[in-house]
Design a protein around this ligand. Structure first.
Ligand code: FAD
Length: 425
């Protein structure tokens, strides 16, 4: 008898770990296959370093096919054109199809640069969302340092990823000081957040004071409740909105270099499928990471629909961070294994946020358990140790991906000792 086929769509941070963890959880009871649109894994959290040449792209990338082969996981890098959920079929970009029994969607974000005129690499701002973008941003940075001017960094209305914006602003500050040209570069941080350090999470511990203080000490001005209305080659137009949603002030910010994180939405292959996705194209899941309309479909990572923490004058999304994504992976692996055993899925991810934001010479760390307040653990701290911890984490994570392991036993032990859980039971 044919074994059921479990397909994982996407081989980024979540999809790759999901393939390893599901393979280990289901053993010989099912076949496992990953459909990606590239055969390279890129460690996205290191993209800000690539953009200032602290890392070469190759140093944070892994060629996946040999690892998948070793782990007996089928692999295609053709990419999915369209999901036909009613037929349990993935149509690939070469016209062929894959029929699945279970599907795990891990397609990350589609970057909605087109929602603001002039935004993004096709316009006038650089991006660090993809490693290839970050490599282009490094070329633009080289040109900028030869002819320095103002810098604008931040995250636009509807963005759901704020940590990397702070990281990049502070990394640029560190790099410009090292080059002894910081005095020639006025810097402004522009964000949809209602206050500095909100992070889409209504703050974690004292992130408001910690991040305000970092920006102040480094002479980076900020505009919160900001709505970017358009970007021209060397000037950005920004509306500053009040609590009531009315425009309080407009700013025309000149810049010589700018990186603004865009809003995210679901990728085209899964958008507009009734019952599967919300109007932004994010996959609707229950507490077991399973879609209610198509119970054979699970989803994890940035492509999952999560409501915002609360109303804000300018739309602010909730971030989906690495550890939270790993908790979704663990829940899905346990749930698919349970289904294969004829049981009901019961594993619920904790969605805890454990994050390190690096500034090159220091950083801020935070733990939010659960991610949405009020919380049982609400802790943040700053110091030089965060920079070193992030370097250590990058090496550790890349080693896991290279070895085809999701969570080695010593990681399990360390998390247990720290009281940080991936599952609720
Ligand atoms: P991704 O890693 O983006 O993977 C999605 C994959 O799906 C990609 O490989 C994509 O090519 C593939 N795909 C898309 N469409 C298709 C298709 N049609 N067919 C096949 N494959 C497809 N979180 C932290 O916890 N710590 C950090 O320090 C941190 N830094 C970040 C820095 C940046 C610049 C960004 C943007 C995010 C950061 N995050 C961080 C947040 C989060 O951890 C990352 O965005 C993470 O990569 C998300 O994982 P994912 O698996 O959901 O998506």
């Amino acid at each position: 008898m044919d074994k059921p086929l479990i397909v994982i769509l996407g081989a980024g941070l979540g999809g790759t770990l999901a393939a390893y963890e599901i393979r280990a959880a289901v053993g010989n009871r099912a076949d496992v296959m990953t459909v990606s649109d590239t055969d390279t894994y890129s460690f996205v959290p290191s993209n800000p370093w690539v953009a200032v040449r602290w890392r070469e792209p190759e140093a944070i990338q892994i060629h996946l096919p040999p690892v998948f082969e070793r782990k007996k996981i089928g692999f295609s890098a053709v990419g999915a054109r369209r999901l036909h959920a009613e037929e349990k079929r993935l149509e690939l970009k070469d016209g062929t199809s894959v029929n699945y029994d279970y599907l795990v969607i891990a397609t990350g974000p589609d970057l909605a640069f087109d929602e603001i005129e002039g935004l993004g690499p096709q316009g006038h701002t650089v991006s660090i969302c993809q490693t290839a973008h970050a490599a282009d941003a490094a070329d633009a940075f080289d040109a900028f340092v030869a002819n320095p001017g103002p810098i604008v960094v931040g995250a636009v209305q509807g963005a759901s990823c704020y940590g990397p914006a702070y990281e990049f602003a502070l990394i640029l500050d560190t790099e410009l000081r090292r080059r002894k040209i910081r005095d020639k570069v006025p810097m402004t941080f522009v964000t949809a957040e209602p206050y500095i350090g909100h992070l889409g999470l209504d703050g974690v511990g004292d992130t408001k004071s910690l991040l305000e203080s970092e920006l102040r000490e480094r002479h980076i001005k900020w505009i919160t409740n900001a709505r970017v209305t358009g970007v021209e080659p060397d000037v950005m137009h920004v509306e500053e909105v009040g609590e009531d949603g009315a425009v309080r002030k407009t700013h025309d910010l000149p810049f010589g270099y700018s990186m603004l994180l865009p809003a995210f939405r679901g990728v085209p292959a899964i958008r507009d499928i009734a019952g599967l996705t919300n109007p932004r194209g994010f996959v609707i899941v229950d507490s077991c990471q399973r879609n209610p309309a198509f119970p054979e479909i699970f989803a994890l990572g940035v492509c999952v629909a999560i409501p915002p923490t609360g109303p804000t004058p300018v739309p602010v999304g909730v971030p989906k961070t690495g550890f939270m994504i790993e908790s979704m992976v663990t829940a899905i692996a346990a749930n698919i294994a349970a289904i294969l055993d004829g049981k009901e899925p019961a594993a619920e991810a904790t969605w805890n946020a454990v994050c390190l934001a690096d500034f090159g010479d220091g950083g801020v760390a935070f733990v939010a358990q659960p991610q949405i307040p009020p919380r049982n653990v609400n802790w943040s701290a700053s110091g030089k140790w965060v920079h070193l911890a992030k370097i250590g984490f990058e090496k550790y994570f890349l080693r896991k991906i290279r070895r085809g392991e999701s969570e080695p036993f010593y990681e399990k032990l360390a998390l247990h000792v720290m009281g940080i859980r991936k599952l609720r039971f």
